[in-house]
Design a protein around this ligand. Structure first.
Ligand code: ATP
Ligand code: MG
Length: 497
């Protein structure tokens, strides 16, 4: 259904054609402010055509001749004092048809609209359907720019095939994450609730679980100091991924050693520690001396991280629950390698548990994703292989990723290319911009051009979650959660004497 009429299609510079038309605004500017980026609609025989406004400009024939304007205005009078110039000012807009609603769905427009056609503002329902939103059960991320329309993205379309949130520092990525979290935690059982795990690199999200937060009962905050791996759950392959120099022969030997420990310990209900593995290697007579020394050396290094224990903490099987959020605090760790080890361990376990259906469908949120899945191999991304595996295969097991990064160029292209929805906020670096243009599906020139002009809290959603790129003003959050202070506040909090 169409809304109010606002304009009429005109003939201008080889338009209307299938990809562009112009129209003159027939409403007064006081009644209707036409803006770049708005959606408009035209009724055709086949169905309703939806178009977006590419540009808006004004014209006035009294001012179209420079010589006449100069002659009048230098004579001491203004044109406006002699002629009714105001009534000759027109607003003209250029618009691009995006598609047409037909009985069989949305199609591309292959013919031009007609001069004289009436242009309307689409109503919210039509627009919502056209953009592929889910007004009943979607996640409310904000409002669409220029229209009073809530952006509610469908959970499956948004998260099943992974999402990436990309923008410069300070553009509002973490804020948007907290909005996504609020939405996920607010879902009812009937709407379908996923479990969420978030790796909090900067200790920003703790506030979400504070007493004052309405979500506190749904959030478990796990402090970094208590993180521990269940050593017996690690396979030789995983140990090898922690130590990429390990040779195939050494991995094979390790499989054998861990196999023995499985029989003597795990099977009997006893766990084991790194020191037990070291002891087994030391006492093994089949491993050659050089491999033995190398393996023992590596295991001592792993032991020195103090991450390997008997029990898994947090315990994923207990703490990953539908409709709940587990925050794993990594903010106290300075060593990137240690943070990568933690990410690698927990993601590997999550993938395994999801395959065995021992935990509910889960969304994993990774801040600073370029540190955990770096594109460059020299940066030793220990957690990169598992992030790439989940990016490729996770969707089959309903294990999804939300990767957040301010340096998309540095993020694994394998992982990023599997993120079918991109939420792009302000980006200014030309390399990152260019990269986004190449890696985001369905992003057009006009959308690209707008990325540098986005303000804080403004985003473009492109890809699987929506039928067309949309501009969103991210909504205000319900919680006052994120712990961000500006320099002034931080200085005052420190200097209390
Ligand atoms: N939608 C919004 N509405 C109001 N304020 C916002 C919004 N988005 C972000 N902000 C504010 O902008 C500031 C920066 O936001 P945020 O910390 O989310 O940025 P970021 O992209 O995560 O930065 P970094 O890359 O440094 O982590 C914060 O003070 C936040 O409160
Ligand atoms: Mg942030």
């Amino acid at each position: 259904m169409k809304g109010k009429s606002i304009g009429t299609v005109i003939v201008a510079e080889e338009t209307p054609n299938p990809s562009e038309f112009s129209f003159v605004l027939t409403k007064s500017e006081d009644d209707f402010r036409l803006q770049k980026g708005m959606y408009v609609t035209i009724q055709s025989e086949e169905g309703e055509i939806i178009a977006s406004v590419l540009n808006v400009f004004k014209t006035n024939r009294y001012f179209s001749s420079p010589s006449a304007v100069k002659a009048y205005e230098t004579s001491g009078k203004t044109l406006a004092s002699i002629f009714p110039v105001d009534s000759w000012e027109y607003i003209i807009a250029q618009a691009k048809p995006l598609g047409i609603f037909t009985e069989i769905g949305i199609k591309r427009l292959l013919y031009p609209v007609s001069p004289g056609d009436t242009v309307y503002v689409p109503d919210a329902g039509t627009l919502s359907k056209f953009l592929g939103l889910d007004p009943e059960n979607g996640l409310l991320l904000g409002k669409i720019a220029h229209h009073d329309l809530e952006v509610k993205v469908n959970l499956t379309r948004f998260l099943q095939k992974h999402a990436a949130l990309l923008a410069i520092s300070g553009a509002g990525k973490s804020y948007t994450v907290s909005i996504i979290l609020e939405e996920l935690l607010s879902r009812s059982q009937e709407q379908g609730r996923v479990a969420v795990i978030l790796f909090d690199v900067h200790g920003e999200y703790k506030g979400l679980s504070d007493d004052s937060s309405e979500f506190k009962d749904k959030i478990e905050f796990f402090p970094g100091a208590f993180i521990q791996f269940a050593t017996h759950k690690l396979t030789a392959g995983q140990f090898a991924s922690f130590q990429p120099q390990m040779s195939a022969v050494q991995v094979r030997e390790l499989y054998r050693i861990l196999g023995k420990l499985y029989v003597t310990n795990t099977k009997q209900g006893k766990s084991y520690l790194i020191k037990d593995i070291i002891e087994k290697i030391e006492n093994d007579e089949n491993i050659n001396q050089r491999s033995k020394e190398a393996l023992i050396g590596w295991f001592y290094t792993l032991e020195s991280t103090h991450l390997f224990g008997q029990l898994e903490k947090p315990s994923l099987e207990e703490d990953i629950k539908a409709g709940k959020l587990l925050i794993v605090d990594l903010s106290d760790f300075t060593s990137l390698r240690k943070k990568q080890l933690i990410m690698s361990y927990f993601l590997t376990q999550l993938f395994d548990l999801r395959k065995k259906n021992k935990i509910p469908p889960t969304t994993i949120i990774v801040e600073e994703a370029h540190q955990f899945a770096p594109e460059a191999s020299i940066s030793m991304g220990l957690s990169r292989p598992i992030i790439e595996t989940i990016a490729r295969e996770g969707r089959k097991f309903f294990l999804s990723l939300v990767l957040i990064s301010q340096r998309p160029v540095k993020l694994s292209t394998t992982a990023l290319s599997q993120c079918n929805t991109h939420v792009i906020m302000r980006i200014v670096n030309p390399y990152d911009l260019d990269f986004i243009g190449r890696s985001s599906e369905g992003i057009d020139r006009e959308t690209m051009d707008s990325i540098t002009t986005l303000g804080i809290g403004e985003a473009i959603i492109v890809g699987n979650a929506v039928n067309h790129p949309i501009f969103v003003s991210v909504r205000k959050r319900k919680t006052s959660a994120l712990q961000t202070m500006d320099l002034e506040e931080s200085a005052k909090a420190y200097d209390t004497d």
